[in-house]
Design a protein around this ligand. Structure first.
Ligand SMILES: [Zn+2]
Length: 244
């Protein structure tokens, strides 16, 4: 099935009733999630590249500064990535999502992010790609995180840094899939200087990738100029790293 097409609204409506976010400090009515986002760590195929078999992320390749690899703490790493993505969106109530690991629900009509041990089919320094879905009209969008490209950015790194790098790229792609576009570097007004790096820049340096990122500049996920641009087809957005 093509991502973003042919979804069953009835099913989604039913599913939404079961969805809550994991944001602290919000009352029950405020915790309803509009989208279920599944992190798929097991490889397979994505609607973004139907003819490509995605290798699962090979955590043994990612060295940690304590002499081990992410494979030594695989469950902790995955759960911390999920937690960090959740935290980023909890700080941005304009988007209400629930993030889980892909499991038995993987065939449901949900948004799926594949974290894969591949470089981008487009080459270059692309670290992620996701469908841009203005107004969040669809709830079955797709994204791929190019783990092999992230690995090539160097290591070993602290576990915390790996967590932030993967979480930031993942949250950025989810941002596109629920309708948020890119913020241009320098667009952030001086007055709203933030401790955080803007999540939705079209490219980040490595230092920015391993920093805490958030939606800093206010934006609408239903920009009037783009709202009619999307058709029932892929409209992927590529994201890159800049040289250090
Ligand atoms: Zn992007």
């Amino acid at each position: 099935m093509i991502g973003g097409c042919g979804q069953d609204f009835t099913d989604v409506s039913a599913l939404r009733l079961l969805l809550t976010t994991e944001c602290e400090g919000q009352d029950v009515a405020g915790t309803q999630a509009a989208d279920l986002v599944l992190l798929d760590w097991d490889g397979g195929t994505s609607p973004l590249y139907p003819s490509i078999s995605l290798d699962p992320l090979d955590l043994a390749l990612f060295e940690t500064s304590d002499g081990g690899t992410l494979a030594d703490r695989a469950d902790e790493f995955k759960e911390r990535v999920r937690g960090q993505v959740t935290r980023i969106f909890c700080d941005f109530p304009e988007a209400s999502i629930r993030v889980d690991h892909a499991g038995q629900e993987r065939n449901r009509n949900t948004t799926v992010v594949h974290l894969a041990q591949i470089v981008s089919p487009h080459g270059g320094a692309q670290i992620g790609e996701g469908e841009y879905d203005p107004c969040n009209q669809y709830h079955d969008d797709a994204a791929v995180i190019f783990g092999e490209q992230i690995l090539r950015l160097g290591g070993p790194r602290m576990l915390d840094d790996w967590v932030l790098m993967f979480a930031n790229v993942t949250a950025h792609e989810i941002g596109h899939m629920v309708g948020f576009g890119h913020i241009q570097r320098g667009q952030q007004p001086e007055a709203s200087r933030s401790l955080y790096v803007e999540l939705m820049l079209d490219g980040h340096t490595i230092d920015e990738l391993k920093s805490e990122q958030r939606f800093v500049v206010p934006q609408d996920n239903c920009p009037k100029t783009d709202s009619t641009a999307r058709r029932c087809s892929h409209n992927p957005v590529a994201d890159w790293t800049r040289g250090e």
